[in-house]
Write a protein of this length. Structure first.
Length: 211
């Protein structure tokens, strides 16, 4: 489990052969999370269409939801970082916590198989009252909510700009900024543009005190 909680920044001064532990477990944990949530929703909502299930799953596996999961178990206290990273003030805090959450799923899977992972994930989802996600306001993605608010209150639409992308092809990180009336309202980091835009929109909504 220590490997799952050791961020790559800690290995910057280490031997190259020691670097991949965190990211490899994260890669595995992402698949474990997707499968566990998909099976849970499939059984819980037998009359939902594929589109409805996909929309609900996208909320549960999103970075903000994983951060709530991490905060629930106080994961931040146990993450091992390099000196160059400040988890308190760093803009990448959400990304680090969600990545560590996934790497923990990967470690649990390797140690005990799929069932323990599913049990932990489903217990957290139920504790967060999954039915509340069915409320129209909550299940909306943050981009849609931000668009509706800016159209209504400022008569404009938010725009998104890719600041940079880095990492290997299967471990990409996208950095995106959201603008409203040419002013920066939020920044997001994600494994793809869609996720990074959602995080940026979430940050913008927080800044606007809409959440």
């Amino acid at each position: 489990m220590e490997k799952a909680l050791t961020h790559t920044s800690y290995y910057q001064q280490k031997e190259k052969k020691d670097i991949n532990h965190f990211q490899r477990l994260e890669f595995l944990g992402d698949s474990v999370l997707n499968l566990s949530v998909s099976e849970y929703l499939y059984k819980k909502f037998p009359f939902f269409s594929e589109g409805e299930l996909s929309k609900l799953k996208s909320v549960i596996i999103s970075q903000p939801f994983l951060v709530k999961f991490a905060n629930h178990i106080m994961l931040e206290k146990y993450v091992i970082l390099g000196k160059s990273v400040d988890l308190v003030r760093g803009r990448g805090k959400f990304s680090i916590l969600s990545d560590c959450m996934e790497s923990c799923f990967g470690a649990i899977y390797l140690d005990g198989g799929l069932n323990p992972c599913k049990k932990i994930i489903i217990q957290f989802i139920n504790n967060k009252q999954i039915d509340l996600l069915l409320d129209g306001h909550i299940i909306k993605d943050y981009k849609t909510l931000l668009q509706e608010i800016t159209q209504k209150n400022q008569n404009c639409l938010p725009s998104y700009k890719v600041l940079k992308e880095e990492g290997l092809e299967h471990q990409k990180k996208f950095y995106i900024e959201v603008f409203i009336n040419n002013q920066t309202y939020g920044k997001g980091i994600g494994k793809n543009k869609k996720e990074a835009e959602q995080v940026a929109a979430y940050q913008a909504l927080k800044k606007m005190k809409a959440l």
